[in-house]
Design a binder for this molecule. Structure first.
Ligand SMILES: [Zn+2]
Length: 247
């Protein structure tokens, strides 16, 4: 995957760290897991920013966090990688929708809805070049017609928030804390998130310290803890994403 740092004066790209240790069997599956971990991490970052920057939320916070996730996928990655991450993340929601009954009383929207929200905003960010993405991922025209507007709303909300914390000199407000590397999934998560945190620190300086931990939690999950101002990425998540991959 190739990163595109939109806010930096100098645009550059680099490859992700070597993936030799991780053995899910094939590169496609590994990329799928990485994409989904990344979009989950961006989602949790959304919760962190809502808390740390005391952002007003009009509607469900979970939806707002999903919007930040797709906004960052579009903003931070070069086209080919962004498209791949968007496909993988959409398939991740689809896999959840296939595996579980929808929960209408939960704080998250139903997975199928999250799938279409992601596809819509990603398509809306660049409709001229992503027609085929919208078509291939089954976005109905009735929704597609409004997606450029939905993206503009995302840019007006999250884009404005990110502008406030963008710094040319970089920062160190996001710090890794506990990092476990005792399984293949843990190592993959650690390599990916450490790299991502470094990239985010080059772009952003938060008004308060945010810590990130990667550890076993006996469940496939990730969350932001406002009391500790910490994002926890469970090492079990990678294995769960791989196990539910749609192929
Ligand atoms: Zn959430």
């Amino acid at each position: 995957m190739i990163r595109f740092l939109c806010a930096a004066a100098a645009v550059f790209s680099f490859a992700l760290p070597a993936r030799a240790e991780f053995r899910y069997g094939d590169e496609q599956l590994q990329g799928y897991v990485e994409s989904n971990l990344l979009s989950v991490f961006y989602h949790e970052l959304g919760h962190a920013l809502v808390d740390i920057m005391e952002l007003p939320i009009f509607g469900q916070e979970e939806d707002a966090a999903d919007v930040l996730s797709v906004f960052l996928i579009d903003a931070f990655w070069e086209e080919e990688s962004a498209v791949q991450i968007a496909y993988d993340s959409a398939f991740g929601f689809q896999a959840e929708a296939d595996a579980y009954d929808p929960v209408f009383w939960g704080v998250h929207g139903p997975d199928q809805q999250r799938y279409y929200n992601l596809v819509c905003i990603f398509y809306g960010a660049n409709p001229d070049e992503r027609d085929d993405v919208a078509e291939e991922l089954g976005l109905p025209e009735e929704r597609a017609d409004y997606c450029d507007f939905e993206y503009e709303q995302a840019a007006g909300s999250w884009g404005t928030v990110l502008d406030r914390i963008t710094t040319e000199s970089g920062g160190n407000s996001m710090r890794m804390d506990r990092v476990e590397r005792d399984t293949d999934g843990a190592r993959l998560t650690a390599d990916l998130i450490i790299e991502e945190v470094a990239a985010l620190n080059r772009e952003f300086r938060l008004p308060a310290r945010l810590t990130i931990s990667i550890e076993a939690c006996d469940e496939a999950n990730a969350w932001y803890d406002p009391e500790l101002r910490e994002i926890v990425m469970c090492t079990e998540f990678a294995d769960d994403i791989a196990a539910n991959a749609p192929w």
